[in-house]
Design a binder for this molecule. Sequence first.
Ligand code: DQA
Length: 142
Amino acid sequence: MIKKILVINGPNLNLLGKREPHIYGNDTLEDIYKNMRFLNPNYNIQGVQSNHEGELIEHIHSTLSNDIDWIIINPAAFTHTSIALRDALLAVKIPFIEVHLSNIHQREEFRHKSYFSDIAKGVICGFGAYGYIMALKYIMTL
Ligand code: DQA
């Protein structure tokens, strides 16, 4: 079955590759999407990024009319702040995997709290860009 997956990335992740590479690595978002599509060319994998909370909410709402099977989301800094994004994910009821490039638990205390982890299917953090591949591999086992 062709699965449709929406990969949602939050603020500042458009700068991946240039942004603090010692923390977030050298891969760009396009590299990440390319590697995911290479792993499974049969899936329909769409990638979106926004620096705006409202736009990210619209992307989550759009899954209802687009028959999305799974969401893979890195909410970036909104992980630690956004009840609105959490509510959007609860509203659409599409299963999702939370991904972070860095190990947020090894970092500043304000990054330890996530508004998503308790409602996610699972959480992957600390494996850099490979975390997105891990999330996809999980979906492929279903
Ligand atoms: C991040 C971790 C967040 O704390 C941070 O604000 C980000 C990226 C990660 O992928 O490691 O922007 O989600």
